[in-house]
Ligand binder design. Structure first.
Ligand SMILES: Nc1ncnc2c1ncn2[C@@H]1O[C@H](COP(=O)(O)OP(=O)(O)O)[C@@H](O)[C@H]1O
Ligand SMILES: O=C(CO)[C@@H](O)[C@H](O)COP(=O)(O)O
Length: 482
């Protein structure tokens, strides 16, 4: 028996096949672009997710010799605006989590709902990043399309619809759709939807992440090679599945997910803080995270230099000393979320001199993302939950230099599981829980391989402390100029 996972990420869709003991059997992905029709906008064709998912399922099942699949589990990027018509067809390109076009709608909500009330009700500030704010842009700016909308989906909803014909989501996704979700009732907040003149009927049903939401239909079976009737498990946001898949279960542990986005995730905080993103975990408890731009920064810097290989860039950056000889990078290429919540902010290379070469620019980019996370670790410390270690996972975690930079900048051990598929591992474990093959979260420990660890290099600490002090001041001094 196997579990099959589908993860619709920002840069690619990944399909993985796991054995029932949790070990990875096969994993494949198909990449697609992010479209940027205007500055600050980011869109994607949702059909690319299903085309990739169905083709990968077929290929993987053939490659594995068509093993029985016990359940399929889903994860995806969020929060998005993906309006679907009655036939499940996308009415426009998906508005991605990266997209900050809804700044005027965030301002309208600040005036008519108020930030304090939004934080009180949903745990989160009012920013164009959040799903509900994006939905308000859609309803106001594209009323004809809104009138034809059956459901406003997430990537997970869209995959689930193709597999089962049902439009669902889960609390980890819904919590990112502030201010339209109430974490107390774990349902859409109808009062706020009414204020926004948004019809709550057009939102997907919320199910627990470990719930079986349906079965693979005959049509989906023909498209994917899965057997009709295979159970489909709800799953969760890629960030929440990453936190589970990292095995970050104990106080003092944080999961550092490095996809296009970077998320530093901590479950079960006693109190939330609006500088962070606050949602619910796939396990049902609270989940708080710092969210910054990560892999997108790498893709961008590579592109600037004509797309040399990551190995070449990494080797050049490794020859540059910690602190990049005075070159500092603010990674706010698409505005920034935590902790500054500023859609207008932009990236900055600061302190450029004629000494600096490509290796310096690459190293400064790696260090800039790590500094952004050091701001987040200091918030967790202030909340009484200091981190003692981070477990790093997903695309960017494959970089040995970045793992060392994180250890040095955060001053924490950085642990990594080389063969774990990160986010998808968490989604697969949700399938095991849903099928009652695992009964408690502790069973996850048996699924996870030992970590490969890096520790802070003491010699780098004074340099990074000094550079972080400058990093912290930079945004404050520049923010009125963006
Ligand atoms: N060796 C590496 N060093 C740094 N970044 C990397 C490396 N390998 C992949 N990445 C980054 O990881 C991201 C892809 O990770 P992935 O987990 O697949 O993301 P997503 O879920 O957003 O599709 C890309 O943005 C890429 O730049
Ligand atoms: O916005 C968030 C949460 O901070 C992201 O986790 C998105 O869900 C995108 O994830 P990736 O596609 O980068 O993995």
């Amino acid at each position: 028996m196997t579990y099959l996972t589908v993860d619709a990420g920002t840069s690619s869709t990944k399909v993985c096949l796991f054995r029932q003991d949790g070990s990875l059997w096969l994993s494949r992905s198909v990449s697609y672009p992010v479209d940027r029709p205007q500055p600050g906008w980011a869109e994607q064709d949702p059909r690319a997710w299903w085309q990739a998912a169905s083709a990968l399922c077929r290929a993987l099942l053939v490659e594995a010799g068509n093993p029985p699949v016990r359940a399929v589990s889903l994860s995806g990027q969020a929060p998005l605006c993906v309006p679907l018509d009655r036939h499940g067809q996308p009415l426009r390109p998906a508005i991605l989590w990266l997209d900050r076009r809804a700044a005027p709608q965030a301002r309208w909500l600040q005036e008519h709902l108020g930030v304090e009330e939004a934080v009180h009700l949903s745990g989160n500030v009012l920013d164009p990043y959040f799903g509900g704010v994006k939905w308000l842009w859609f309803r106001r700016e594209e009323p004809e399309l809104y009138a034809r909308t059956w459901k406003i989906a997430q990537a997970q909803t869209y995959l689930a619809w193709h597999l089962t014909g049902k439009a669902i989501t889960d609390p980890s996704h819904a919590g990112m759709c502030s201010p339209c979700f109430n974490p107390q009732t774990r349902q859409w907040d109808e009062r706020i939807c009414e204020l926004m003149e948004l019809d709550a009927e057009r939102l997907p049903e919320i199910h627990a992440s470990t719930e079986i939401i349906g079965e693979v239909t005959r049509r989906a079976a023909a498209e994917t090679g899965l057997k009709a009737g295979t159970p489909v498990v709800c799953g969760g946001g890629d960030f929440a599945c990453a936190c589970l898949g990292a095995g970050a279960l104990n106080p003092g542990q944080g999961a550092l997910m490095l996809g296009t986005a970077g998320n530093l995730l901590v479950p079960a905080l006693e109190r939330t803080d609006p500088r962070l993103i606050n949602t619910l975990h796939v396990t049902g408890e609270r989940l708080s995270m710092g969210g910054v731009l990560a892999g997108e920064v790498i893709t961008w810097v590579r592109g600037l230099f004509g797309n040399p290989s990551l190995e070449t860039l990494e080797a050049e950056a490794a020859r540059v000393p910690p602190g990049a000889e005075g070159l500092l990078f603010l990674p706010y290429l698409m505005g920034e979320r935590t902790p500054v919540w500023d859609a207008q902010a932009r990236g900055v290379y600061f302190g450029i001199s004629s000494l600096h070469n490509r290796g310096h620019f690459y190293r400064a980019a790696l260090e800039g993302v790590a500094f952004a996370f050091r701001e987040i670790t200091s918030i967790f410390t202030a909340l009484g939950r200091p981190l003692h270690e981070v477990i790093i996972l997903d695309g960017g975690a494959r970089s040995p230099l970045w793992r060392q930079v994180f250890a040095d900048v955060l001053g924490l051990p950085v642990r990594w599981r080389p063969t774990s598929p990160g986010t998808s591992h968490g989604a697969a474990f949700l399938a095991a829980l849903a099928m009652a093959d695992a009964s408690t979260r502790d069973a996850l420990q048996h699924w996870l391989e030992p970590t490969l660890d890096v520790f802070p290099n003491q010699e780098a600490q004074p340099t990074y402390a000094g550079r972080f002090a400058v990093y912290r001041q930079l945004y404050g001094r520049l923010k009125d100029l963006f």
